[in-house]
Design a binder for this molecule. Structure first.
Ligand SMILES: Cc1cc2nc3c(=O)[nH]c(=O)nc-3n(C[C@H](O)[C@H](O)[C@H](O)COP(=O)(O)OP(=O)(O)OC[C@H]3O[C@@H](n4cnc5c(N)ncnc54)[C@H](O)[C@@H]3O)c2cc1C
Length: 681
């Protein structure tokens, strides 16, 4: 039995419990247990609403997996795909690519993900409540709204800031509404410009009673108690749209809400959705022993499974209580299976239901005993304190709750201090902006200066294959392909770049059509090198320095102060297509083409307007030492016919220019000569 590997995907209630039980049931020599989870912690979701209401601290609801599961190999990586035929998973490796790992047994415990697209506008205007980041962001937003209300003179606007709509009357909706209500009303005394009566908290539910899982008298108690505390409960109402102003209902009504919280709508985790396996309502169908239907070594637990409970023959509800029991049962079945013993069916009698409704009140249905009010709230807190997976967290949460009995809720919010995700960066010439092999984390827009694209193994001594100038962008290919960088990019001169993080880039590039088009064109341009189809020509360009084909710069050089009238005369007299502009007669400041002149004339420029007003400043250049392949890449990238040549790559001392036509002529001549066997010049 040695050398077996059990992989668990998902470190939530089901996966973590499965890993914990496996590490107890199996000796390390029997099997290695590997747990993949996107985050490095388990989220104790029943207490997320408490984070929103500032009753406990954000970190109180997360438990670090490697501290919780010391005998399990925890990997904070996302699993991208499962190949059940080859007993292999593919996970997102550190370099941004994917790597495979094989298994003897696989446990799928991916839970589900919030899906705000169930209602038009919800994704744009509502807050989900699924992750700890969701809860923290919502808490900060609510406090921000109270601060805004404090400084708003307009009473209508103030009431809008203080209006909160919670969509969904299940456990999370009811708990969130109760907590928001307590936070806002309880904090009113610290503000001078608004009173608690101006705040509205509305809970909308599509059925005729909230908390459908709980017995009717307890539901009724919850509704009445919440209404008395100031929550407006709107029943039998379906939300059909969300806007910045609030929500629209199917019956035509609209409810104002400066803050919308959506607790309805979930969809299956993407890795499960893409798996070709038997499903019911998107969830993976299992045998009674939690094995995926049709598989012998793949198991499913928690919210991503459609698991029939042998106890009552009904599908298991998607709750932490069930996920945890399934995780435990699954671990035992895997251990039995490794020992060639038969697996056992999943059978679980639910212990009860508990829901906090705010105002130190709750409803509880435990072993058939109904409790409501303060006693139920006390039991609720006791049960969840006990259910927290580590003693450290139990002590912290217990302390926070005790603190709240003596002191008010914390009103500090930290959202405004979040570091900007679009930043500027400066690099000195020679600095690498990124190197080959690094994971793609950013997209760059070059604001000033030039960079060179380097093809090399370690980046240091590589061959330059292209130069990019101000206004260009780079780093898009690896991001779009989700592959490690295949080239390095190095600053050629001091450069200023605008840096967009991966997520910002993905969001902007998918939403902004012009950027999408520009990216598609760049990918096309950069991917298609006509010379590459002719290896001899490409090789020739790579070994021929620009200095061999440089031509003298068109004379005279224009001064930035040269008036348009005089520049026009120069074009007529000398018959050039462009002139270079230099203030000292040595260094390049800009370039003027006939097109620039015509555009300036048809615009606001007069005959006295100086050339500096309409020239292209700091144009892209190549240096004498660059190869003609670099010049060819620049012609392609910028759709140019000629490029200024400078003596040193990090300077601007003009050496002449190089033309696409000249390169073309040179290549054709050299290739013909090679064919004929004529000796080189
Ligand atoms: C606000 C709220 C309140 C709740 N209150 C209660 C309550 O009071 N009582 C109760 O019993 N239940 C409650 N629930 C439901 C309960 O949280 C879920 O039923 C339970 O978490 C499901 O457990 P799970 O293991 O299936 O999934 P989860 O706990 O959601 O864990 C899934 C994990 O898998 C990870 N993952 C997903 N895909 C991948 C991948 N491809 N690679 C790596 N990792 C991946 C995720 O990051 C996540 O950590 C509540 C839920 C919410 C949102």
């Amino acid at each position: 039995m040695s050398g077996k590997r059990v992989i668990i995907i998902g470190g939530g209630f089901g996966g973590a419990q499965c890993a914990k039980t496996l590490s107890r049931e199996l000796a390390p020599a029997e099997a290695e247990v590997v747990l993949f989870n996107r985050e490095n912690h388990l989220v104790f979701s029943p207490l997320l609403a408490e984070v929103v209401g500032s009753s406990i601290n954000t970190l109180d609801v997360v438990v670090p997996l490697r501290q919780l599961l010391p005998r399990v190999l925890c990997r904070t990586e996302e699993v991208r795909a499962m190949d059940l035929g080859r007993n292999e998973i593919a996970y997102e490796a550190e370099d941004g690519g994917t790597a495979p790992m094989s298994y003897d047994h696989l446990v799928i415990a991916c839970g589900n993900v919030a899906n705000l697209n169930v209602v038009p506008g919800m994704a744009d205007h509502a807050f989900p409540l699924k992750t700890v980041a969701d809860a923290a962001a919502l808490r900060s937003h609510i406090i921000e709204r109270m601060e805004k209300a404090e400084v708003t003179a307009d009473s209508e606007r103030r009431r809008w800031h203080l209006s909160f709509v919670v969509v969904g009357g299940g456990y999370s909706g009811v708990e969130a509404a109760g907590e928001i209500n307590d936070l806002v009303r309880g904090s009113a005394r610290y503000f001078r410009n608004w009173r608690a009566e101006e705040a509205t908290v509305t809970l909308i539910h599509s059925r005729d009673q909230v908390l459908p899982e709980i017995s009717p008298p307890l539901r009724e108690f919850a509704r009445r108690k919440m209404e008395r505390a100031g929550v407006q409960v709107v029943l039998s109402a379906r939300v059909i749209s969300a806007t910045p102003e609030g929500v629209g209902l199917q019956d035509g009504r609209s409810l104002r809400g400066g803050t919308i919280v959506c607790t309805v709508g979930s969809s299956i985790a993407p890795v499960v959705a893409s798996l070709n396996a038997p499903k019911e309502k998107g969830r993976l169908r299992t045998e009674s022993d939690l094995r995926l239907c049709g598989a012998s070594n793949v198991w499913v637990v928690g919210d991503c499974g459609f698991i029939v409970n042998t106890h009552d023959g009904c599908p298991s509800p998607t709750t932490g209580q069930f996920a945890e029991r399934q995780g435990r049962q699954c671990a035992r079945n895997i251990a039995r299976s490794l020992r060639k013993q038969p697996a056992q069916a999943f059978r679980f009698k639910q212990l009860g239901e508990l829901c906090s409704i705010g105002g130190r009140s709750a409803v509880a249905d435990l072993f058939g005993v109904h409790l409501s009010g303060f006693l139920a709230w006390f039991v609720w807190r006791g049960v969840y304190l006990f259910k927290l997976p580590s003693w450290g967290r139990r002590c912290q949460v217990g302390f926070d709750w005790a603190w709240l009995l003596l002191f008010p809720r914390d009103l500090a919010h930290t959202r405004a201090q979040q570091t900007d995700r679009v930043t500027h960066a400066h690099y000195e010439s020679g600095d690498f902006i990124f190197r080959r092999g690094e994971p793609p984390t950013h997209f760059y827009v070059l604001e000033q200066g030039e960079v060179e694209v380097v093809r090399s193994q370690n980046g240091e001594e590589g061959e330059v294959i292209a130069v990019l100038g101000a206004g260009s962008f780079f780093g898009e290919k690896a991001l779009l392909n989700q592959r490690p960088r295949v080239m390095s990019v190095r600053a050629r001169t001091p450069v200023e770049v605008l840096v967009l993080g991966k997520n910002v880039f993905t969001q902007i590039s998918s939403a902004l059509a012009p950027l999408r088009d520009a990216l598609a064109q760049a990918l096309n341009r950069r991917g298609v090198d006509a010379w590459k189809g002719q290896p001899e020509a490409h090789e020739l360009l790579e070994r021929t320095p620009v200095r061999d084909l440089v031509q003298p710069a068109p004379r005279p050089l224009l001064h930035p102060a040269t008036p348009l009238r005089e520049a026009g005369r120069a074009f007529v007299e000398h018959g050039h297509e462009f002139f270079y502009v230099s203030s000292d007669g040595v260094n390049l400041d800009g370039v003027v083409t006939i097109t620039d002149l015509v555009r300036a004339r048809s615009g606001t420029a007069t005959g006295d307007s100086p050339v500096s007003d309409f020239m292209t400043r700091n144009p892209i250049v190549v240096s004498s030492a660059d190869t003609c392949a670099v010049a060819a890449a620049a012609f392609r990238e910028y759709r140019l016919k000629n490029l200024p040549v400078v003596e040193q790559k990090n300077g601007r001392k003009l050496a002449g220019y190089i033309g696409a036509r000249r390169i073309m002529g040179f290549v054709l001549k050299e290739l013909a000569r090679q064919k004929e066997g004529t000796p080189a010049r």
